[in-house]
Design a protein around this ligand. Structure first.
Ligand code: CO
Ligand code: ZN
Length: 332
């Protein structure tokens, strides 16, 4: 599974420009799905199983987009100014490298600062692509780039850009592959434009009309020096979301997930996240409302170019989803 994760994280596909990663995911899911389609917004939807008497329609969502930057202006000396796509943080950028969809790479530079102890604003930064004139610059207004950073294995931990949410994508691909039988009609949605407001999941949920919605996404942790005040750690199992900044999970789904984990002997943690949200919010608020929850993969340094997960949590998230989806759902 590590080889799959590496392939997924290394493809640059910021929100709205998901085509490269979508083709990679399509090649991974096609052998295991009953039907694969791409909807009008670009969501990749893989269906497995048909709804039996004791089954329901379940939508699973992992977003395939990632945060990035978009060129707003190229000056006469070939330096490119940019705006952000999604929750990019200014303090992560100086010295970073970015890769454009056309293959061009650049370095993020900063104007001379009045106060070097203050985080510079995006307006004080530019991208240097090695060009010395506007004509020689290999990118133009509207072009997009993602962070460029190698995938690394540090013991049990995996580090890369775009773990948010390619690690969720990897978990769903692996779950689809592992799942032998299901009483449900399962819709594995690899959604677009999550980082700019859950837009892909919004339309996908409307189209699928699921009875139950589950997102698979990353969540913050409280186990780093002076970090978040939060009871989630790397390596202690998938986190079952109770709430985040944008939704309260359906408590029946929370119990279903916790009971399933207990019965299967899978470690898990309860997640109470105070800010941020996932595609589960969009599914929950779709049409007349859908009972929704989220399996979260604990992740350090979210939205930096070096997001870190624990491989055991990844494997246990896959096991938990396979256990959840292989039997009838009884909510109480
Ligand atoms: Co994110
Ligand atoms: Zn995410």
């Amino acid at each position: 599974m590590k080889a799959l994760i590496q392939k997924l994280v290394e493809v640059p596909s910021p929100s709205g420009f998901e085509a490269p990663v979508r083709e990679l995911i399509r090649s991974q899911v096609e052998p295991h799905a009953d039907e694969v389609q791409v909807d009008a917004l670009g969501n990749l939807i893989a269906r497995k199983g048909v709804q039996s008497n004791e089954g329901v329609r379940i939508m699973l969502a992992a977003h395939m987009d990632e945060i990035g930057v978009m060129i707003t202006h190229v000056d006469e000396n070939g330096f490119a100014r940019f705006t952000t796509i999604g929750g990019v943080r200014a303090y992560n950028l100086p010295g970073s490298r970015v890769r454009f969809l056309n293959g061009a790479s650049g370095v993020i530079g900063v104007e001379k600062l009045e106060d070097a102890n203050k985080v510079p604003s995006f307006q004080q930064m530019f991208i240097d692509l090695g060009a010395s004139s506007r004509a020689a610059c290999p990118v133009k207004v509207g072009d997009v780039a993602a962070f460029e950073r190698p995938f690394q294995v540090l013991g049990d931990r995996l580090v890369a850009k775009a773990m948010d949410d390619r690690i969720g994508v990897a978990v769903l691909v692996e779950t689809l592959r592992l799942l032998k039988t299901t009483p449900h009609a399962l819709y594995f949605v690899f959604s677009v434009q999550e980082e700019v407001g859950l837009r892909g999941a919004t339309t996908a949920a409307f189209g699928i009309e699921p009875h139950i919605g589950l997102a698979v996404d990353v969540t913050g942790v409280g186990d780093t020096p002076k970090g978040l005040k939060m009871e989630v750690s790397l390596g202690k199992g998938p986190a079952i979301k109770v709430r985040d900044g944008g939704m309260l999970s359906d408590p029946r789904l929370v119990r279903w997930m916790a009971n399933t984990a207990e019965r299967a002997g899978i470690p898990y943690q309860m997640e109470v996240l105070e800010s941020g949200t996932t595609d589960a919010r969009a599914i929950q608020l779709s049409r007349a409302g859908v009972p929704s929850g989220c399996v979260s993969i604990p992740t350090r340094y979210i939205h930096s170019p070096s997001e870190m997960v624990d491989y055991n949590d990844v494997l246990n998230s896959t096991r938990l989803l396979a256990a959840l989806l292989s039997s009838p759902v009884h909510l109480d």
